[in-house]
Ligand binder design. Structure first.
Ligand SMILES: [Zn+2]
Ligand SMILES: [Zn+2]
Length: 112
């Protein structure tokens, strides 16, 4: 499988996920925990529509939450406003901040 890493964010880096705000394990349904359903909604995910939110430690071991691109984009949009005022690289130039770059990219992908 080839992945276009230039135009698509396949796995959300941990510091970006902090900005997005992952729901706590207890609030999720079993389908959300196993990555079949978006953690921020109720949509069934496909390999193509899903954004991988990385690997996490839960009470029952490792879990790999996923989300749809639309919800991820919405949260990334809000996250940019939360992140930028407190981020030094962003204050200089947003394009120099890796977190901002990924957030912008997720916003764009969510609009497709
Ligand atoms: Zn969703
Ligand atoms: Zn920043």
């Amino acid at each position: 499988m080839t992945r276009d890493t230039v135009t698509r964010v396949d796995v959300v880096p941990p510091d970006v996920l902090t900005v997005l705000g992952l729901p706590s394990f207890d609030e999720l349904t079993p389908d959300q925990v196993r990555g079949a359903v978006c953690v921020w909604g109720a949509e069934l995910l496909t390999a193509d529509s899903a954004v991988d939110l990385g690997e996490h430690d839960g009470p029952d071991g490792r879990w790999w939450p996923r989300a749809c691109r639309r919800h991820t984009g919405e949260r990334a949009h809000r996250g940019l406003y939360d992140h930028a005022p407190f981020c030094e690289p962003c204050a200089d130039a947003a394009e120099r901040c890796e977190t901002s770059l990924v957030l912008y990219r997720l916003v764009r992908e969510g609009r497709r």
